[in-house]
Design a protein. Structure first.
Length: 181
């Protein structure tokens, strides 16, 4: 087998990306502190055609050299907004008909492999601070929590990695429902 050259990957231009249909998902970062994690989330949102990224609280915003280091230009393609307070972002999303889903371990979590997004619904998926996770006040505002099953000793996964796992699973479900995005 031969590795494909960049020219063979059929990459969209930024303009093509912006006008292409997106999966009806907004990613919300609730006080994520690492600039490298923020950049990685931008890149993952781009890869899976996510509608928008909301940066909240202490989460830094572009332009920033450390975000760009891992975003690799995705800050130009992914639509994003900043909110000083995560609850304000959630209130806006809820008023626009989004189902609010915290990615967190709670007493009523739905395991990721059991979560089935309904194609007719819009979702906001909230990821939290690297140490404290999603704030309890934010969880209280959510319709459900999604948990990534884990078997090891840590029972925590880096926020950028968690974002990739969850968005892949959601993307996979949408692609199988729509055949092609």
């Amino acid at each position: 087998m031969r590795k494909l050259a960049n020219a063979e990957l059929n990459r969209k231009s930024v303009e093509e990306y912006k006008s292409a249909p997106k999966i009806p998902v907004v990613v919300v970062l609730d006080n994520v502190r690492s600039l490298n994690n923020i950049g990685s989330v931008f890149r993952t949102c781009d890869a899976f055609m996510i509608e928008s990224l909301y940066l909240c609280g202490i989460t830094a915003v572009p332009p920033h050299r450390e975000i760009q280091k891992t975003a690799l230009g995705a800050t130009e393609s992914v639509q994003w907004m900043y909110f000083e307070n995560t609850r304000n972002a959630l209130a806006r999303l809820q008023s626009e008909g989004y189902m609010l889903c915290a990615v967190e371990q709670t007493e009523k979590s739905v395991m990721l492999h059991d979560f089935r997004p309904v194609p007719e619904k819009k979702y906001a998926v909230i990821f939290g601070h690297e140490i404290r996770g999603v704030d309890q006040e934010v969880i209280n505002a959510c319709h459900l929590s999604i948990e990534i099953p884990q078997m090891g000793t840590k029972h925590s996964i880096n926020v950028a990695v968690s974002t990739g796992i969850v968005l892949w699973e959601i993307f996979r479900n949408y692609v199988s429902d729509y055949a092609k995005i």
